[in-house]
Design a protein. Structure first.
Length: 297
């Protein structure tokens, strides 16, 4: 099987990577740029596996290092770059090359970027470096200029729907709904498929379809309690759940009354901004109900 055949979408990126392999230009430092969660890290590992072996796909090869943002601030610390530079100058353990993959490279501190820049200017012959980012504009300009950029995009809706339907044994309608809500993001899809998120989505749907104000308020209270529990454990996960619930609100508004879609989009955007200013999610959901988007109209 060709290297990338079982990864959906991104035909141009696949061709580009296969071309780099065929013309023996894999030593170029690479930048994989594209929206969050669409599989950039999977492509990076698959590319590396061509030069290492299948252990790479599990992140277990001795000649592979994957660096992720760390700590409360979720940043790439300077120490990680120092480790990488030291290891890059050592001989590979079992393969002919060593791979260093930096995920979410936009989260590098300036000192980290500058340190990495030095090794990109004169990389060791056995070092292969890949950076992934969903915000390429946030990278240090001089750093980005040293990288060969390959752009990645979400898979087409029909292709993603078919993938979900087959992989998770779902009816086409359910798969299509998940594809729409996740917007081609595999990480968002996994979150949507989790039991915790299923419960929250069910509560939101019951809230939107409730026929009386008291029931709506009861569902809002239940949903807020679950979201607060998530936030106590992980602010990042809470934000991802909130984003998906907003997608659910948008989908409901579009299906309920397409003529008022523009109004719904405007209102939902205002809700997102309100949340950034620490307005409680319960207040936002109550406002949404009062805006006549439920079946009480």
């Amino acid at each position: 099987m060709p290297l990338f055949d079982d990864l959906i979408g991104n035909t141009q990126a696949k061709r580009c990577l296969e071309r780099l392999i065929s013309i023996k230009r894999s030593h170029f430092p690479l930048l994989f740029a594209g929206p969050e969660g669409i599989g950039k890290s999977l492509f990076a590992l698959r590319f590396a596996s061509h030069f290492l072996d299948e252990r790479t796909l599990k992140g277990e090869h001795p000649d592979l290092r994957v660096f992720r943002p760390e700590g409360k601030g979720q940043l790439h610390p300077f120490q990680s770059i120092q480790e990488m530079i030291k290891e890059a100058h050592l001989s590979p353990y079992t393969a002919e090359v060593k791979f260093f993959i930096f995920l979410d490279a936009e989260r590098m501190l300036a000192a980290s970027s500058n340190a990495l820049l030095k090794i990109l200017e004169e990389p060791p012959s056995s070092a292969r470096i890949i950076l992934t980012t969903s915000q390429p504009q946030m990278l240090l300009a001089t750093l980005a200029s040293r990288l060969f950029r390959i752009d990645f995009f979400p898979p087409e809706s029909e292709e993603f729907t078919s993938f979900i339907q087959t992989r998770h044994t779902l009816e086409k309608e359910s798969a299509s709904e998940l594809a729409e809500l996740s917007r081609g993001s595999f990480s968002a899809l996994q979150l949507l498929l989790s039991e915790e998120m299923r419960i929250k989505r069910t509560l939101l749907k019951e809230l939107l379809c409730a026929g009386d104000y008291l029931t709506q308020m009861e569902k809002i209270k239940e949903l807020e309690a679950l979201l607060d529990a998530t936030r106590e454990n992980s602010e990042e996960l809470w934000r991802k759940e909130i984003d998906l619930l907003f997608e659910e609100l948008f989908r409901f508004a579009r299906c309920e009354d397409p003529k008022r879609l523009k109004r719904a989009v405007y209102f939902i955007e205002k809700c997102k901004k309100a949340l950034e200013h620490h307005v409680k999610i319960a207040v936002i959901l109550e406002a949404f109900c009062l805006m006549n988007y439920t079946q009480t109209t």
